[in-house]
Design a protein around this ligand. Sequence first.
Ligand code: NAD
Length: 260
Amino acid sequence: HLTGKSAVVTGSSSGIGLAIAREFARAGANVVLNGIEKPDDMEKTRSQIEAEFGVKALYSAANMTDGDEIARLIADAEKAFGAVDILVNNAGIQHVSPIDEFPVEKWNAIIAINLSSAFHGIRAALPGMKKRGWGRIISTASAHAFVASPFKSAYVAAKHGIAGLTKTVALEVAQAGITVNAIAPGYVWTPLVERQIPDTMKARGLTEEQVKKDVLLAAQPTKEFVTPGEVAALALYLTSDAARSITGTTLSIDGGWTAQ
Ligand code: NAD
């Protein structure tokens, strides 16, 4: 249902963002990929999407810590495809540490990439969506938009912030044909989760298996990781006309984590 539409997905060089970009392309959208990635790997991903789904795909290396680069990413996408109909604010990083030892530069980077980048992207993309009277803004929040875990102060603060930003923007554009939502996954097996295992082992004094079973999946009643494809399917649904009345909400897809 996305033929003729264009989507920007930040942080789509791997994990959840890549699954969302591929799902949108499968549904017919032209996509702008983004992320911190080796140019050769990215070119492979980009050309594969074009070949597999018969859409146009571009890659932007815009750094999500930089508001000007984010504004340029949106402007370049509008120039190339004529519009940004769908914006997915997905780029994110994690750092695990007790707050009194939390590196200040990690705090600043997480707030910039996981929260402020959504502000900059929305700010740049909304005028075009308003002009066309149609738009879909989706941010990847987390179960950590609703509940906390120790040692993740910056991440939990940023994801709660995404839930608040989502509500606010939804109210501002409620009559403009634009919906604004967030998706709150539980643990999804991606490089982001894999990378935090060593620090969690150190912070809690556990083995790798204990971290997986007693820390990560302990929170998730299904005892299974959510898959990137499941998150992408929810994102695709939010872009459909059937979802036009869903706005200002953060939807859980977390194996029951936040039901507890
Ligand atoms: P990932 O590490 O596979 O992907 C992160 C993406 O963000 C990559 O494409 C990376 O290049 C990009 N990125 C990081 N820093 C960037 C920067 N400065 N500028 C531009 N791009 C940058 O991780 P993922 O698990 O797919 O995470 C995607 C989103 O999903 C994040 O917002 C994350 O917080 C959220 N999330 C993940 C989980 C999980 O369990 N994996 C759960 C809930 C929410």
